[in-house]
Design a binder for this molecule. Structure first.
Ligand code: FAD
Length: 106
């Protein structure tokens, strides 16, 4: 349905933007905040089938919060897993920062 798609696009924007502004060398408490946020997010996301699959994804592919690059790549892979499930093209994760932080060069 359209609202699942609109919600999805807005949510990916928020999540990738959080990755883009996450520190390169996060403190212990920043790492713990991000883990807590993503855990709670995966339980509250208001598309229940999406949330259930995302929780399962997080159980097998543990979240990486050690640096901006680690989290950004982890999130990109998580988004790609959803892309695959929905039959969409996967995104080249070496370009996540260009897309979400520094902007495309063209
Ligand atoms: P989106 O997938 O919303 O992506 C937005 C933009 O992000 C793209 O235009 C592209 O520029 C960029 N992008 C694409 N892939 C990546 C990547 N891997 N890394 C970085 N940037 C990227 N929908 C369902 O129907 N079923 C589900 O089970 C489902 N689960 C979801 C789980 C989560 C956690 C979230 C946030 C969304 C989920 N959605 C689900 C919604 C779905 O992922 C899409 O958001 C929605 O289908 C709209 O897709 P879109 O093609 O507009 O682009």
């Amino acid at each position: 349905p359209a609202d699942v798609e609109t919600l999805g696009r807005s949510t990916w924007t928020l999540l990738h933007s959080i990755a883009a502004t996450y520190p390169k060398t996060p403190s212990v408490s920043q790492q713990s905040d991000l883990k807590t946020f993503m855990g709670v997010f995966s339980r509250l996301y208001p598309c229940w089938v999406c949330a259930e699959d995302f929780q399962r994804y997080m159980e097998k592919d543990h979240i990486q919060v050690g640096s901006r690059d680690e989290f950004g790549k982890w999130l990109c892979e998580a988004h790609n897993a959803v892309n695959v499930k929905l039959g969409k093209n996967t995104f080249d994760c070496s370009k996540w920062e260009e897309r979400w932080r520094t902007g495309w060069k063209d």
